[in-house]
Design a protein around this ligand. Structure first.
Ligand code: IPE
Ligand code: IPE
Ligand code: MG
Length: 241
């Protein structure tokens, strides 16, 4: 492959990390970091769409983030709700369809309403998918799917032999997404923190030292350039082997 060839990943997932440290290093409240992170998400969405990426998954709140102090959790819930209301027109104008992954039924009622409203309002958009992961955990996503499949088997509606990877994947929160090609994690940590454990099976991991609020379109270009240089083998052999 020559340096000029750029492969655009179909599905890019982002662990939007580092908001708190970004704020603390500036003598600000962690909540200010989350607000700045929201604007980074907006920049990222625009950049992803301009580069013809089909689907984006953004990790906004994990099933483990409830362990944070209540004021921070409350601020995050309100911030996500406000962002959805403020950005809805923008999503529609740009043809972005919102999907939601996570145990949404455990979220505060106003946020649940904002999520459903944005999903309905963007249902006909087909330029790009935004899969917003709120109260999301890879482990509960898999066990929620396993429970539903077990229920169908117990009811005689499914046979054990019907269960396989493709079929299992169709019971995840948002089943019709392509697999994650590129997983970006700003903030310097080298772990997946319970994000899309099923979908990232063969994703290329791209860690960044910069904090999420500092994310710029150039970082996405650098990630795509690196992705283009990777040799994906999916367990097989390279074409020239
Ligand atoms: C990520 O930023 C946002 C959420 C987890 C909601 P953090 O708040 O985890 O920022 P750091 O990792 O403490 O810097
Ligand atoms: C992952 O970041 C969750 C989100 C970005 C929403 P965390 O800050 O929660 O991850 P850990 O605790 O450092 O693994
Ligand atoms: Mg963090």
């Amino acid at each position: 492959m020559t340096d000029e060839q750029v492969l655009i990943p179909r599905h890019v997932a982002v662990i939007m990390d580092g908001n708190g440290r970004w704020a603390v290093e500036r003598g600000l409240d962690r909540e200010e970091g989350h607000r700045a992170g929201r604007h980074a998400a907006r920049r990222f969405m625009r950049a992803a769409q301009a580069r013809d990426i089909e689907a984006v998954s953004l990790y906004a709140f994990s099933t483990e983030n409830w362990a944070r102090p209540t004021p921070e959790v409350d601020a995050l819930m309100e911030l996500i709700e406000t962002a959805l209301l403020v950005e809805l027109q923008e999503l529609c104008r740009h043809g972005v369809r919102l999907k939601v992954s996570g145990r949404r039924w455990e979220l505060p009622a106003p946020l649940q309403r904002a999520l459903s409203n944005a999903e309905e309002a963007t249902a006909a958009n087909d330029d790009m998918i935004l899969n917003l992961c709120v109260n999301y955990g890879g482990q509960v996503e898999i066990t929620d799917a396993a429970k539903e499949i077990a229920r169908l088997v117990a009811a005689g509606e499914l046979q054990l032999d019907d269960i396989g990877p493709d079929m299992f994947g169709s019971y995840l929160y948002v089943p019709d997404l392509p697999p994650v090609d590129l997983l970006i994690r700003p903030g310097g940590d080298l772990r997946v923190s319970n994000f899309m454990l099923w979908q990232i099976a063969y994703a290329e991991f791209y860690p960044m030292t910069e904090y999420w609020p500092d994310f710029q379109p150039e970082h996405l270009d650098a990630a795509i350039a690196e992705y283009s240089r990777r040799q994906r083998r999916f367990g097989g052999l390279a074409l020239d082997d």
